[in-house]
Design a protein around this ligand. Structure first.
Ligand code: HEC
Length: 260
């Protein structure tokens, strides 16, 4: 019906547009209404049978047009979910988890398997190397992110006297002098200065006790850069003189001895 009406309208309009003179009166009269034809056309194109992302669907039983990923799907080019880059943990965790499941202490199992990290206890579950390159640019980025996300509580030097703490928030530990509370709860006393970097990464990612988690706000690489900066802060307070470049060493020695 509609297409018949359309074609009649077109027959009226086309000669007019081409400059034909004959049915000019009718065309002039009908021309404004031709926009309704265009809008009808646009409407049909906008209503595609394909689904838009997250649109509901009555076709699938769960009512979702976007289908869930098949279990075990691994996105191309992304690290695996249990890679140290995303967890801060070495794969020994799997061993200790397995040990727990079959009722063995980790020590026993490490004894059985002859793993070298047995004596280091829970700290051995974490990587002690950075999974991304340690560069000046990474450190600068880490400092910037630390100032944005952490200094409000931990303060710029990491002593745990940030502005939020001044207003009554739970006092965080001092990075330079306190032991890791999370590891102490698991039976080992390790100064925060000596915890593996993977442990610091885990605290930032999952939070600990009164500290919120930052996995959703800070992408993993930035979390590592923050950890890099925390490690640098810690080193800056406890670096042995011999680790400084010669000219800095001389300056520091002079300062310590009160010489000009
Ligand atoms: C809202 C305040 C707050 C912010 C922001 C915050 N922290 Fe904390 N953090 C805490 C508190 C409180 C604790 C101690 C938690 C406890 O003992 O229950 C803590 C503990 C820690 C610890 C020690 C964990 C342990 O085992 O002792 C580390 C490391 C740490 N934070 C790193 C960070 C880093 C890095 C950031 C920035 C990404 C950050 N925190 C941001 C409040 C904060």
């Amino acid at each position: 019906m509609k297409s018949y009406a359309d074609s009649r309208l077109l027959r009226l309009l086309v000669p007019t547009l081409r400059g034909g003179a004959r049915p000019r009166g009718a065309a002039f009269f009908l021309f404004p209404f031709s926009f309704f034809l265009l809008s009808a056309c646009q409407q049909q194109m906008a209503n595609q049978p394909s689904y838009r992302p997250l649109e509901p669907s009555s076709f699938f039983r769960d009512g979702r047009a976007s289908r869930p990923l098949p279990p075990g799907t691994v996105p191309r080019g992304r690290p695996l979910a249990d890679s140290p880059l995303l967890t801060g943990r070495t794969h020994t965790t799997d061993v200790s988890r397995a040990a727990g499941l079959i009722g063995l202490g980790t020590g026993d199992l490490f004894g059985v398997l002859g793993q070298r990290q047995a004596s280091a206890g829970p700290a051995a579950e974490y990587v002690s190397d950075f999974p991304i390159p340690v560069t000046r640019a990474a450190l600068v980025r880490g400092q910037e992110r630390f100032t944005i996300f952490c200094a409000v509580c931990h303060d710029a030097a990491g002593t745990g006297h940030g502005k939020i703490v001044e207003r009554g928030y739970l006092q965080p530990p001092d990075y330079h002098t306190d032991d890791a509370r999370g590891l102490r709860r698991r039976g080992v006393t390790v100064p925060l200065r000596n915890v593996p970097v993977g442990y610091l990464f885990e605290v930032v990612s999952n939070g600990y006790g009164g500290m919120p988690d930052y996995a959703s706000q800070i992408p993993p690489e930035d979390r590592w850069k923050i950890v890099m900066y925390v490690r640098t802060l810690q080193l800056s307070w406890h670096a042995p003189l011999r680790d400084l470049p010669p000219e800095e060493r001389e300056k520091a020695r002079a300062q310590r001895e009160g010489r000009p």
